[in-house]
Design a protein around this ligand. Structure first.
Ligand code: G3H
Ligand code: ZN
Length: 284
């Protein structure tokens, strides 16, 4: 099967009140772990690729790995640019074979964010590629994007609704209190914002910063209208902890397969638990 747009599965997720996971791909082992977990549970999923990860892996390898996963699994998989910073980078990804892009204009003014997102939607739609927009600022650190608590601001429902109506995005990330990276305490998620926006627009709300969010809060977010949830940090932690443990146990290891194999297995377990929690098992 070829890579698909998120429109192949997100409308069904919104109607069925479950969420599809976006799991970020940082290297081959991440990609393999994510698709293995999804095959076991027969779930659609999204490979998220940040601009930093794109630089690290190279665009050709990124697309080739995702295409190989789609072909091998037969699952509906979207290859999605995560937090794309410009029209140019979105177009570069689409030309290379991405089936979906996020344009993150949250650091622009509201009007400018609408204007730029509309341009991406117009170009992407013509090529059958789905688009995610972002409103409000999500706190925390992801790659080169760092937003401190003080500058993270929640989305206003009226603005989010207008943003959707003017841009026509296929899903909408709104800042509701989650953050990138791990939490020191528990996040304070504003379910009322999710509900107000989700009720008023036909497309799903996206929850960024999905790592470390307690299961019950994830369930409540989905019930309130979240249809796509992003997870990266929990896989990074599982991968690195496993490698650290393997190297600490045997300082003589030099074959990377000896520590990358358990690291990959650890990520499979993380992704499987998220797919089950999000309710997308057997929805492929
Ligand atoms: O865009 C990616 C996700 O929002 C990552 O969130 O750091 O909580 O895994 P996370
Ligand atoms: Zn994010």
């Amino acid at each position: 099967m070829a890579l698909v747009s998120m429109n192949d599965f997100l409308p069904k997720a919104k109607a069925g009140k479950y969420a599809v996971g976006q799991f970020n791909m940082n290297n081959l082992e991440f990609a393999q772990a994510i698709v293995e977990a999804a095959i076991e549970l027969n779930s659609p999923f999204i490979y998220g690729v940040s601009e930093g990860a794109l630089k690290y892996m190279g665009i050709e390898f990124t697309v080739a790995i995702a295409e190989a996963a789609a072909k091998k699994s037969g699952l509906p998989i979207a290859l999605h640019l995560d937090h794309g910073s410009s029209f140019e980078v979105a177009m570069k990804c689409i030309r290379a074979g991405f089936s979906s892009v996020m344009f993150d204009g949250s650091h622009y003014s509201f009007e400018e964010n609408i204007r730029l997102t509309k341009e991406v939607v117009k170009a992407a739609r013509a090529m059958g590629v789905s688009v995610e927009g972002e409103l409000g600022t999500i706190g925390g650190v992801e790659d080169d994007i760092s937003v401190d608590e003080e500058h993270a601001n929640l989305a206003k429902p009226e603005e989010a609704i207008r943003f959707y109506e003017e841009t026509g995005v296929d899903c909408l990330a709104i800042a509701v209190g989650t953050a990138h990276g791990m939490y020191a305490g528990e996040p304070n998620i504003h379910f009322d914002i999710i509900e107000a926006v989700s009720k008023a627009i036909p497309v799903p709300v996206v929850l960024h910063g999905g790592s470390g969010v307690p299961d019950e809060m994830i369930r409540k977010s989905i019930a309130a209208g979240v249809g796509k949830i992003n997870v990266n940090t929990e896989n990074q932690v599982a991968c690195t902890e496993s490698i650290r443990a393997a190297l600490n146990k045997d300082a003589k290891i030099y074959d990377p397969r000896k520590y990358l194999t358990p690291a990959r297995s650890a990520m499979i377990e993380v992704v499987k638990s998220k797919i089950q929690l999000f309710g997308s098992s057997n929805q492929a």
